[in-house]
Design a protein around this ligand. Structure first.
Ligand code: MLT
Length: 336
């Protein structure tokens, strides 16, 4: 150990002793994680724990419960709301049913890049959505994982056009926007909890689903899915939430430590996606997945989804002006 490392370790131990001597209780927070190991959710969680330990001088830590061990992603929102769970990392589409304004970030083809996702989540729109989820769902978003576009996978055949989807049974989360999007593409999708999706694909209750490459890899979907279509309809954003009841029970210092750890973890997640996405995509190809690009630059998917789906959800996201604020923040034209 270098002298600098010794000094930093001593400072950490001293800070922890002061905190605990001041009456703070050491906490080992429970953090639910929907996905398996190797994905952005785990990367966000590990970075959060590391920063939390550092910020509290080792007084507080956390433990990740991967693979939906603590329940489906939507169940973890309920558990955090009543304070029986501390933290959860989950896809934003699984918060939308509890706080519909978050749907602005799951409307198809609004977020068109990682940069767009960062702009929306880390700007005023992200701040407003954080306030809304505290009010509507009793959970506070303190960090964001960025996981890439939700590509379509299936076990039946390559899909290149909207027509190719006909007859496929596609699993979607219980999310009205995603259900409406598939309906606009002519498919009646099957809503299914995330924690049941691998079994559903394996037992061929459903033929396919959509999620980012990194999630497909973390969930080992390549074992039960052969075909990928490079759709870009939703860029997956996966918040780290803390129970508002648990947060309000913390000392001011602990709250600041938690918020700062969430910010550090968000930065780490962005770096993780940039460093890993392409490698993971290639790994999935080497495991036998066949990747197809949608025909005509996805134009038919885009037209059907934006024309039919956006107007259906203006009311639930708080009015068309909320969508227009997002489009303007991204440098795009507002809708009429
Ligand atoms: C879902 O499809 O339910 C989620 O996007 C899964 C996830 O959190 O990765």
């Amino acid at each position: 150990m270098t002298i600098a490392q010794c000094l930093s370790r001593a400072a950490t131990i001293a800070a922890a002793s002061i905190l605990l001597a001041a009456g703070a209780q050491a906490k080992d927070f429970k953090i639910a994680v929907g996905d398996g190991a190797g994905g952005t959710q785990e990367a966000l969680g590990l970075a959060f724990i590391e920063a939390l330990e550092e910020n509290t001088g080792g007084a507080h830590s956390g433990k990740l419960f991967l693979n939906g061990q603590l329940g489906s992603e939507q169940d973890t929102v309920n558990d955090a709301a009543i304070g029986t769970l501390d933290f959860s990392i989950l896809a934003i589409n699984n918060i939308t049913p509890f706080s519909p304004s978050v749907g602005t970030m799951t409307l198809p083809y609004v977020i068109l890049s990682l940069e767009d996702a960062v702009t929306l989540t880390q700007g005023p729109i992200g701040e407003e959505l954080k306030e809304n989820t505290i009010r509507d769902a009793g959970v506070r978003i303190i960090g964001w994982a960025y996981s890439g576009f939700r590509v379509l996978t299936n076990s039946a055949r390559p899909v290149e056009t909207v027509e190719d989807l006909e007859g496929l049974v596609i699993r979607v989360p219980r999310n009205e926007i995603m259900i409406a999007t598939y309906k606009a593409w002519g498919v009646n999708p099957t809503p299914m909890a995330w924690s049941e999706t691998f079994a559903g694909l394996q037992q061929k209750v459903v033929d396919g689903q959509d999620n980012p490459y990194i999630t497909v890899y973390a969930m080992k979907f390549d074992e039960v899915q052969d075909y990928v279509t490079n759709l870009r309809y939703i860029f997956s954003i996966e918040p780290l939430i803390v129970s508002e009841a648990v947060f309000q029970d913390m000392s001011e210092e602990d709250q600041q430590a938690v918020l700062a750890a969430g910010e550090a973890a968000t930065k780490a997640s962005e770096e993780f996606l940039r460093a890993q996405e392409e490698t993971i995509k290639q790994e999935l190809v080497s495991r036998g997945m066949e990747i197809t690009d949608p025909a005509n630059d996805e134009q038919e998917f885009i037209d059907l989804a934006t024309e039919a789906v956006w107007p259906q959800f203006y009311d639930s996201i708080g009015g068309v002006e909320k969508l227009n604020a997002a489009l303007t923040a991204l440098g795009r034209d507002p809708v009429e």
